[in-house]
Design a protein around this ligand. Sequence first.
Ligand SMILES: [Zn+2]
Length: 434
Amino acid sequence: MKYFCLMAFLAVATGAVPSLDATPQNKIALVNGTLIDPGTGKVVANALVIIEGDRISAAGDQATAVSTQDAQIVDCKGKFILPGYIDTHVHFFQSGDIYTRPDAVDLTAIRPYKDEIAWVKRNLPDALGRYLGCGITSVVDVGGPFWNFEVRKIANSTAKAPRVAVAGPLISSVSRPQLDLGDPPIVKIDTPEQGREMVRKLAAQNPDYVKIWYIVDAENPVEKFRPIVHAVIEESHARKIRVAVHATELEAARASVEEGADLLVHSVTDKLVDDAFVKLLKERGTVLTPTLVVFERYGRTFANKLNLTPEEKSWGNPEVIASLDVTKIPAAKMPERLKSAMANPQPVLDRIQQTYDVALKNLKRLQDAGITIATGTDAGNIGTIHGPAIFREFELMKQAGLTPMQILQCTTINAAKTFGGDTGAKIGSLKPAR
Ligand SMILES: [Zn+2]
């Protein structure tokens, strides 16, 4: 466990990062706090955590005979000590502001998309810092342009940043030309061979995931894109690269898991899941990220019914949040979609509720069945705020019927599985490093 995981969480608890010297030789003792280790489900009052250099060397009860000699003592009375949170679904190429998806709502007359992308790149350090400030010490960027590989490099060489895993461009059943400035985040693939070729191109960048955007509509039924899903997963697995699939319809999700998807992103929202689907996920060990918050945020933003939490208002980027006030858009430049949502918000809110009626039930069912659920927000999408969106995700997971400890497990020990390998084994828990 990296030392900064803990400090990030303390920052949330205290509102300020204690000034400590984290040089490798230093020994720090956290005393009097309440330790919560979701991995074991244990809660320890009056805990003692010893950090030596950048490793935890002891974590347990203060009564344990661990010496605090030579340690800098930090009194954590009234605070909680947890492993760093993990958001397993974000997109750094999107800011979360109103201009970030011109394919959903075209406001390029106010801010051209190239200016939006320039803003995103300029403000990357800010977005990274906000994750850390929210106690989130690891994130998975589940798809974006080839620039994503640069994001991973920048994050991993920046002190005030979470650990970042990335996928490159989404291998998609549909195209999004509005987002193509020469390094498109979404690439339409028409044949299995094109899919394999794309995987080979991505593999050169050593991606943590290959991402498939399995969008189903009248022109793209489930079976039409399935041979591409098959080819992409086969080609990725041959290179030991895991595959994340966006599939929100039960039949697309089922096909994805049958084809070998490692990570299913977003909930199934069109139907209640059936026994066969639950059994399939269990047998294959597929991890699922529900991303509940994103389902309400496009519609609520457009309808001027945005419900940002106090955490989002305090810890989100103020420029991004200000842009979400759709009443400030000049009438002459107001897109039809926003005009009608504002004039008649109820159907928008009803559609969100219908989505939740299915998604929340499905989450509870999968959790009860022992499927590995990994918390994720889809932050970066319009209205889903980089960093603190996770606190709204927690509320929705709780509404689904998960207990607070289960939610913490989804956000730490379960989410660590999306990293895999050595990193996955180290993060998401508070066990002393060997
Ligand atoms: Zn996403």
